[in-house]
Design a protein around this ligand. Structure first.
Ligand SMILES: CC(C)(COP(=O)(O)OP(=O)(O)OC[C@H]1O[C@@H](n2cnc3c(N)ncnc32)[C@H](O)[C@@H]1OP(=O)(O)O)[C@@H](O)C(=O)NCCC(=O)NCCS
Length: 147
């Protein structure tokens, strides 16, 4: 049996700096002055609708995902795996754990927004059973460009 080189852990608002550093190392496009700021991260926890799951290899945070819900649907956000730890199943394990958490919270549909050029993420989610919606276009209204 293969021994896992990482463990999945539940993170808290105190883990923000490590999560932010990992997002940056992973090249993830984030909103550091908006919904990915330290203040917003802490506020999202306080709302009780966000679970942050990390993957730790020793004392190093090498993967992260946010599992959130809006009361109707679950959402998978900000999935990132450090470049040195990719293609070892960590992304897939984080998604599976996010799904477990969201189902336990009563969510029976889970969505993820993926940029159309992100072939790695699209491949991961399609392999995990997610289907592209044929005719939905994502529209947003923003109070500022940074949010
Ligand atoms: C997308 C990302 C999280 C994948 O993490 P990972 O730990 O490498 O993914 P896994 O090892 O669990 O991959 C599972 C499956 O997804 C697919 N996949 C993952 N990366 C892929 C790639 N670069 N190209 C093609 N398929 C890929 C494969 O089917 C893979 O299985 P395999 O390795 O047996 O072929 C990682 O590449 C990343 O952090 N990217 C930058 C941030 C990002 O884009 N996040 C998603 C935002 S929506």
């Amino acid at each position: 049996m293969q021994v896992r080189e990482y463990e999945l852990v539940t993170l808290t608002a105190d883990d923000y700096d490590g999560v932010r550093a990992l997002w940056e190392a992973a090249g993830l496009s984030i909103r550091p002055a908006g919904r990915d700021s330290a203040e917003a991260f802490a506020r999202q926890f306080a709302g009780g609708t966000q679970t942050v799951i990390g993957a730790r290899a020793g004392d190093r945070l090498v993967g992260v995902v946010l599992a959130t819900h809006d009361g109707r649907k679950g959402w998978i956000n900000r999935l990132a795996v450090h470049p040195d730890f990719r293609r070892r199943g960590i992304g897939q394990a984080l998604v599976a754990e996010a799904e477990r958490v969201l189902r336990a919270q009563g969510m029976h549909i889970i969505g993820v927004l993926i940029e159309d050029w992100n072939t790695a993420s699209l491949a991961l989610f399609e392999r995990a059973g997610y289907a592209r919606h044929p005719d939905i276009v994502y529209l947003t209204k923003r109070d500022s460009p940074d949010v």
